[in-house]
Design a protein around this ligand. Structure first.
Ligand code: FAD
Length: 231
């Protein structure tokens, strides 16, 4: 049996190599979308023609999204708990996550490669300041991660159960989960999370997932970038 926290073969590293997202499986192709859109005519085709590609463009430009729901992706995600918290607000996905009630092995912690400053005009935003001298502050984060882990291990050694001991582990702890979603809701996620309003860390995952699905649905990604991301 393989460890869950080892990335699958088809994955992209994010957060300076501390996190990753991998494509585990998918169902359907662009041909599936076109056939679903044309199901009302009672005909299906297995090859893509030029007018099928034009139909994909039309569907995305006009938010005619239900045919996209017939294509499904499963990802494996390795991310800090605070990214997991934002991700799991997306209720249209299905999730299964490693449980710290079952296992205390493979604990890892995220230490940001670069610290950002608090935005002055947006209470939930931050900005990169090239003059921010953050080396000592990053060391403090690393030390805090280690201290939390030491306390967690001390509690376990003292006989405390895992489900209570985990309460001392910080938001920077890495977690791993599987996430399955249809293409329509995935594009919705990618639009919200690959945005200047989203936190930098989750944005890295959104950008990586767009690249992971590109070989499967290349025209969809192209028209998504054009119509939904405006790029
Ligand atoms: C930049 C940013 C900042 C955010 N800040 C905050 C914050 O400060 N506090 C906070 O609590 N959250 C915050 N969120 C989370 C946000 O409110 C949403 O919960 C999250 O983005 C999931 O979006 P969603 O509901 O559209 O996605 P999903 O849950 O995947 O739903 C997709 C779509 O399905 C439909 N749907 C799903 N469930 C229901 C339902 N129960 N009833 C009706 N329609 C439904 C809706 O049309 C929805 O858009 C933030 C999100 C972003 C992107």
């Amino acid at each position: 049996m393989e460890r869950l926290n080892i990335p699958p073969s088809n994955h992209i590293k994010v957060l300076g190599g501390q996190g990753w997202v991998g494509l585990i499986d998918h169902l359907g192709t662009e041909s599936t979308i076109v056939n679903a859109a044309r199901v009302s005519f009672g005909k299906i085709r297995s090859t893509m023609e030029e007018r099928d590609v034009a139909l994909l463009n039309y569907l995305i430009a006009n938010r005619h999204t239900s045919p996209l729901e017939h294509v499904v992706f499963t990802f494996s995600v390795h991310c800090p708990l605070f990214v997991r918290g934002q991700w799991h607000r997306h209720r249209t996905w299905s999730y299964n996550e490693i449980s710290r009630r079952y296992t205390e092995i493979d604990l890892e912690f995220y230490t940001p490669e670069k610290l950002r400053r608090q935005s002055e005009n947006n209470r939930q935003a931050s900005f990169a300041d090239p003059d921010f001298e953050d080396t000592e502050l990053r060391k403090l984060i690393d030390e805090s991660n280690r201290t939390s882990l030491a306390l967690y291990e001390k509690l376990l050694a003292g006989g405390v159960c895992r489900e209570q001991a985990r309460g001392v582990l910080p938001q920077n702890m890495m977690t791993t989960f599987w996430a399955t979603v249809d293409l329509s809701n995935l594009l919705h996620f990618l639009q919200l999370r690959d945005s200047e309003h989203a936190q930098f860390e989750i944005r890295e995952y959104a950008v990586a997932m767009r690249e992971l699905i590109r070989p499967v649905v290349p025209h969809v990604v192209e028209y998504f970038e054009q119509h939904m991301l405006g790029r």
